[in-house]
Design a protein around this ligand. Structure first.
Ligand code: SAH
Length: 249
């Protein structure tokens, strides 16, 4: 047997410039970063769809995918594409006051701003050249470009006794959510009101405020669907004040 020296193409790797093309885009109720769940699965009520674009919208490309309950979505953090990455980040999970290495975090501010989320696959819809995956439990901004889809395979991807550093378990639902009379009426008047209520309840129950800006009494807002959700925290209670129609859609 002869030993062949391995030539590691260091230069090539260092200067390699890789171009990827999105295979599809996300349609999600989350229209801005603030308010989006911090990880997938935390808000099962958060539904979105992934629409494949030409030339990837081929029904054959998703054949048998419906046999999986969950998929991995690889995507681009497109809204922060031009922001600088830093070797250390402050994860919200640590209250924003402790720094860890970027590679020990799931921060979007990475050298290559690529995201990875495991989400539930509710349905695969194929209608002519429309190929759409209906998803739930997403942490994805509207219009997110998607690079790849892979089936979640439990025996490979699930490691129940894995050790998870500074994030050993899911964050608590720490706030109790109530709705003002105005918000109640606005929910009732909407066709999607029945689905919106549990979505809003879970989103706000997890307390989306950044720790450094968490103030009682302050009115916070973020855009969801076609409205600005306005809310206020008092101790461990959060009150939904209003679903204010957004000025621009
Ligand atoms: N599960 C993914 C993402 C974790 S960070 C991963 O681990 O790689 C999740 C946060 O990314 C969300 O709370 C939201 O604020 C942000 N986000 C989601 N989609 C984004 C996008 N397209 N561009 C920029 N930020 C995005």
């Amino acid at each position: 047997m002869s030993v062949v020296p391995v030539c590691y193409p260091e230069r090539t790797i260092r200067y390699m410039n890789i171009t990827f093309e999105p295979i599809g885009f996300i349609h999600s109720p989350f229209k801005e970063k603030f308010g989006i769940p911090r990880q997938p699965g935390l808000v099962p009520e958060a539904r979105a769809s992934l629409e494949l674009v030409p030339p990837y919208n081929r029904p054959e490309a998703v054949a048998e995918l419906e046999g999986y309950s969950h998929v991995w979505i690889q995507f681009v953090f497109h809204q922060i594409l031009h922001e600088q990455w830093r070797p250390r980040v402050r994860p919200p999970r640590l209250g924003g006051n402790r720094r860890v290495g970027v590679f020990a975090s799931r921060s979007p501010f990475r050298p290559n701003p690529i995201g990875l989320s495991v989400v539930a696959l509710e349905r695969v819809v194929v209608d002519g050249d429309r190929v759409v995956l209906e998803l739930s439990g997403v942490d994805l901004l509207d219009a997110t470009p998607v690079l790849d889809i892979k089936p979640y395979i439990a025996y490979v991807d699930s490691i129940p006794d894995a050790v998870s550093g500074f994030a050993p378990s899911a964050p608590d639902l720490r706030l109790e959510v109530g709705f003002s009379e105005l918000a109640e009426g606005q929910l009732e008047a909407r066709e999607d009101g029945a689905a919106l209520r549990p979505l809003i309840t879970r989103l706000l129950g997890l307390d989306p405020r950044p720790a450094y800006a968490a103030e009682d009494g302050r009115v916070y807002g973020f855009r969801l669907h076609d409205f600005d959700l306005r809310w206020q925290v008092d101790g461990d209670q959060v009150q939904v004040l209003e679903l204010r129609p957004a000025s621009s859609s």
